[in-house]
Design a protein around this ligand. Structure first.
Ligand SMILES: NC(=O)C1=CN([C@@H]2O[C@H](COP(=O)(O)OP(=O)(O)OC[C@H]3O[C@@H](n4cnc5c(N)ncnc54)[C@H](OP(=O)(O)O)[C@@H]3O)[C@@H](O)[C@H]2O)C=CC1
Ligand SMILES: CC(=O)N[C@@H](CCC(=O)OP(=O)(O)O)C(=O)O
Length: 341
């Protein structure tokens, strides 16, 4: 009898929002079996009790330590600071890892320590998991650092401009749904505080600023400013990217540049000039929509991107990275489009 060998994976931090999304995509993957979903709070509880949309999953959470996980690949869906004490042991044992935290995203460890306010105990070489930048490297990697949610939308919107040498400064103004803050309620995410409200935060000091700038600088010299806002939506990030191109160029020419850059990308869709990406169109999907490309009479160019923070900004990207690392088709289990309206 022919027995198909499934890829065995584990999720550490599976009770959180990105953990739930990983389970949603992996459940229908076809080549992957989730053999462990860890949680410290919910050991022995069925996954469906915490993630009520996953009624067909028979799996229960376990409180296994990472050393007891004997699998092919682990997703660490754990907070920054926690990942760095889990990941090295897994990598040492030859287990492939996709880490969703910020712990392994920086080339420059000093940037990490400065902006996260943490000493990095266990620096390791990792590939930055944005396939649109590093697809070939991801295929060969043992440790992939999944990008941050805001950086994903900002970097994808910025690459063509920096690569063409058209800008020396980019200002990214982003609005995020509340699931970006994770499953644990706080006073900021408390319903009366965020419903019917818009909250700018970390306006000049968000830790995603250096991540965006470090990655965009691979394409040319650029300065980045970034301000995030929390909006009363559950999922999604809209990034409005402002810049002043250093030469005369039309909206149509800009749109064409973006189209050329992303024409073969499975998860980036470039809209027509003047068409504005909508949060609802990408919600639940692994797509990034990029559009607008309008230029005002003072020469300001506006590019807008939309992603789902939990999917292209986290778990969908993590599954795409797993697919690449393990020789599956990049978009396996990630083909569905968004949920508009
Ligand atoms: N939410 C988002 O949109 C995005 C999140 N990320 C990153 O992904 C990671 C997970 O985020 P998210 O799912 O939102 O976070 P959540 O807070 O929703 O979930 C994280 C889970 O990790 C577990 N956990 C917390 N601390 C530890 C620890 N010290 N050791 C082991 N497990 C721990 C908790 O489960 P339990 O207590 O049950 O063990 C918790 O449910 C974070 O690094 C986050 O920054 C990245 C991009 C976007
Ligand atoms: C809305 C909200 O609070 N978003 C989070 C960022 C999302 C996230 O999880 O951060 P990483 O991508 O670096 O892991 C924040 O601003 O801290």
């Amino acid at each position: 009898m022919y027995v198909r060998n499934m890829l065995e994976v584990a999720i550490i931090g599976a009770s959180g929002y990105t953990g739930g999304e990983l389970l949603r995509f992996l459940h229908t993957h076809g080549e992957v079996e989730v053999v462990a979903a860890t949680s410290r709070q919910y050991a022995d509880t069925p996954v469906r009790k915490v993630h009520p949309h996953l009624q067909d999953m028979s799996l229960e959470f376990t409180n296994q330590s990472p050393e007891d996980l004997n699998v092919d690949l682990v997703f660490t869906a754990t907070p920054h600071g926690a990942s760095m004490s889990i990941v090295p042991g897994l990598v040492e044992r030859g287990i492939k890892v996709v880490d969703l935290s910020g712990d392994y995203r920086f080339d420059d460890i000093h940037l990490y320590e400065k902006w996260y306010g943490l000493k990095h105990e266990n620096p390791l070489e990792a590939v930055y998991g944005l396939p649109e930048m590093y697809r070939d490297e991801i295929k060969k990697a043992n440790l992939v650092a999944n990008p941050g949610c805001y950086p994903t939308g900002s970097i994808l919107a910025g690459i063509p401009l920096v690569k063409a040498g058209l800008v020396d400064t980019l200002i990214a103004d982003s609005k995020s749904g509340v699931s970006g803050a994770g499953i644990k309620p706080t006073s900021v995410t408390h319903y009366p505080n965020i419903s019917d409200n818009i909250v700018p935060y970390a306006v000049t000091t968000h830790r995603h600023l250096p991540e965006i700038q470090e990655k965009l600088q691979k394409y040319g010299d650029v300065r980045v400013s970034f301000t995030p806002h929390l909006v009363p939506a559950i999922r999604g990030i809209i990034t409005t990217l402002h810049s002043f191109p250093n030469q005369d160029i039309t909206s149509d020419e800009i749109q064409k540049m973006y189209h050329e850059q992303y024409r073969d990308e499975p998860f980036v869709r470039v809209l027509d000039a003047g068409e504005i990406p909508r949060l609802s169109a990408v919600r639940g999907s692994n797509f990034c929509h990029i559009g607008c490309f309008e230029i005002d009479e003072n020469g300001r160019l506006v590019v807008v991107s939309a992603i789902d923070n939990l999917v292209k900004g986290a778990s969908g990207a993590a599954v795409a990275n797993m697919n690449l690392m393990c020789g599956f088709k990049e978009n396996m289990s990630l083909e569905s489009c968004g949920l508009h309206p």
